[in-house]
Design a protein around this ligand. Sequence first.
Ligand code: HAM
Length: 425
Amino acid sequence: MSDQPTSFSAPRGTRDLLPPESWRWQRVFDLALNRIFGPAGYEPVDTPIFEHTEVFERGVGQTTEVVSKQMYTFEDRGGRSLTLRPEATAGIVRAVLENRLDKGTLPVKLLCWGPMFRQERPQKGRYRQFTQVDIEAIGSEGPAIDAEMIELAARFLDEAGAECRLLLNSIGHLDESCRLGYLRALGDFLRAKENELAAADRGRVDDNPLRAFDSKEPATIAALGDAPAITDHLCDDCARHFDDLRAMLDALGLGYTIDPTLVRGLDYYTRTAFEFVSDDLGAQSTVVGGGRYDGLAEALGGGHLPAIGFALGVDRLLLASRTLNEWEPRRVEVFVVALGDRAKGEALPLVTELRRAGLGADWDLMGRGMKGQMKGADRSGARWAAIVGDDELDAGEVTLKDLVSGEQERIPRGDLMSRTRTKES
Ligand code: HAM
C-alpha cells in the first residue's frame, strides 16, 4: 500500500461524498421514495445525465443565466453538441414525450434524483456538481396538484428536519392579457430606470425584463423597489388559479408569504412559482424551488401539456437539516472475531448464516489478531462481537460480547440470532 497521497484533487466546485455524510445522503433518497413521494403515487424514473444541448436551450431558455453562462457543453466525437444536465425538468419532459407517457393515464407523477451540473462560482451551498431530488406531475392544469406538490415538499422538509419558509407567487401565462402585458409595463419601467441598473444587467433586461429579478446586484435590487408587480397584472384565469391555490393551502394549514418578485431563474415557468427557503443557510438559502411549466412540452415540440414540479437541493438540505445528523443508519450489528486457523475457516460460514438470517454482520478480512479484530468490531459500529476460538468450536458455542457494556458470556451457537437480533433486523 502506498503512503503517497494522490497529486490530483477533485475539480473545483465538486466534492467527494464520504461516510458518515454518505449515509445521510442515502437517507434523503429513502425518505423521498419510501416515505413521502412513493406513497403519494410518484414513481421513480431516471433520464440521461447529458442531453442534446437544444433540449436545455429551448426548454430552460437562452436568456437565463443557466443556459447562457453555466452549462457544461461539449461536442462528442460524432460532432454532436451535448450538455451535462443543469436541471432535470427539461430532460424528463423530453422523456415523457419521447416515450408517449402523456398518452397514458394523466397526470404522470414522477420522481428522480441525481447529479446536476452548473458552472457557477462555488460557495457554501453552491457547487458545480450538486444533487437534486426532482418531482414532476405532468398533465394536470391544477391548482389542486399545485397544492398537493407544495404540501408534499413541506412535509418532506419537515421529516428531513429542515425548517423552511414558503414563498409563493404567480407569474401568469404568456398571453397579451397576462404576462406579455406585464412584461411591457416592466420593460418601460426598467428603461426609465436604465441609469440606475447595474451595468451587467442592462442588456439582459432587454431580452427578458423578468430576468431583472434574478439579479444579485445591489443597484438593480434597489432600482426594482417600486417595480410593477406581476400579481397586479394577472388575467382573470390566472388570478382565479392563484386564488384557488391559496384557498387550498389555507385549508391545509400551510403558511406562506406572497413574493411578487419571485420569478424563478428558468424561462419555462408559468403561473405558480414557489420556493422554500431556510434562514440557516446564508446566501444560498433556497432549498426547494419549483413551479408550473404549462408551455415546456410545446417548446420541446410536443402538444399542450400543463405540468408542475419542483427540485430539492440535497446538498443544501443536508446543511439545513437539524435532525439528519442524528439519524442512525442500519449497519453492522454483529462483528465475528475468529481466533486461530480453525475458527478463521468457520468465520465466513458464520457471518453468512447471520446475514442470511437478516442481521447486519461483518468480519475481519485483513488477517488481524485478537486486538486488531476487536478494534475492527468497535470501528464497525456493531453492538455485539461474536468471538469464536478452538474452545468455542469444540463446545458448539460462541462468546458473545456486548460492546456497549463490555459484558460477555458463552452461549450456544444456535442462540446467537435471537440474542443479537434488534427490533429492526
Ligand atoms: P432551481 O431553482 O434551478 O430549479 O434548482 C432547484 C434547487 O436545486 C435549488 O433550490 C437548490 O436547492 C438546488 N441547486 C441549484 N443550483 C445549485 C448549486 N449550484 N449548488 C447546490 N444546489 C443547487 C430547478 O432546477 C428546476 N428544474 C426545478 C423544477 C422542477 N421546476 C419544475 N420542476
